[in-house]
Unconditional design. Sequence first.
Length: 410
Amino acid sequence: MDRLRKLFEDNLGEGLKSITVSRPRNKDNPVKKMKIRPVLLKEELYFQLTSYRGTQVMHENLKKERLTYALMNALSGDYAQLDMETESMTAAALINRKGSVNLKIRNKDGKSKAADNTPALMHNRSKNYILKEGEPVGYLVDLGVMTADGKIINSRYDKFRQINRFLEYIEDVVSGLPYGREIRIIDFGCGKSYLTFAVYHYLSMIRGMDVRITGLDLKEEVIKNCNALSRKYGYDKLKFICGDISCYEPDDGDDRVDMVVTLHACDTATDYALYNAVRWNAGVILSVPCCQHEVNGQIASDILKPVMKYGIIKERMSALITDGIRAELLTACGYDVRILEFIDMEHTPKNIMIRAVRKSGKTKDRTDPDDMPEGLTEMLKEMHIKPALYRLLYRKETKQSDKNNSDTYQ
């Protein structure tokens, strides 16, 4: 193991290309492999450790010392194989249960290094994005994010970064989508549809998947412009319609939906989008909530009363509680749910993403109140709140006409 430690001490730097830790000794270990690559964050060198847990992909940025500790800890008991590549050498190690290491190192003597073979370090403006700077994408030009030669317009760089960040989340959940047939995606509250176009382009044009996407929004002029762009670029299976989330039904009567996206749908519009996703048995849900006013108007707690008198504290606590409840309710409906940071807080305070991937089989669109997640009933009672998603999922009767008025769900 001392040879491995020295290997890390000598080679964990900007010259690192990749490290893969694999072959878990315990078949029940949920993390099947880990990958590491160097990243630059605000001019400092870190190492991004990516853990693959089934359909979930988790990222963590570590300094050299913490990464060395994590690698030594993993290889001393949990994993049996290491593969490492730097600009100057490759290394492969097999570790048996007694801790003996079979390490082979091969130098790249005489081998010229092609510039495009060395991955760029992630940086504030030089990350290895899915949509790359310098490679023009038509709809991003028309939407004012790129110039005709692919240069990112300075004032729109945060938008470009947000689009790529969202595509990374899409990349993470592709395995949760079906194969061998058309994939259907609904984007509720699509707005100008920067991300809708990006998802279609990525899945259809880059990955070659058979995808049909419908974008829904209330603004007629926005829908008109988006459809014009879709026709311009020959995106035959990308269309936009004007409509309300709360009462939307697929226009062809086919309620098979594989993914529901809802980004910055205001207040309870997010709840209706999530409810529809559950009702349609959608395999993947990606939601970035916005303007969570409902709980802020309901919440009352004797325990929290001393701090609730401060408006901004009450507003932020209500927003976090709302999204936490949404996550718990989706879990109860059969989803594997994670709450993630969508974009750095410095760019927008609305930075929470709810990512839900259906575990298996059918979701439960209506459940017995006695089957609530543990402790949630008591919390709702203590805080005197009944959020829209709770009312939608736990009502006793389903009436089509009820969808037009959230106050009906008591």
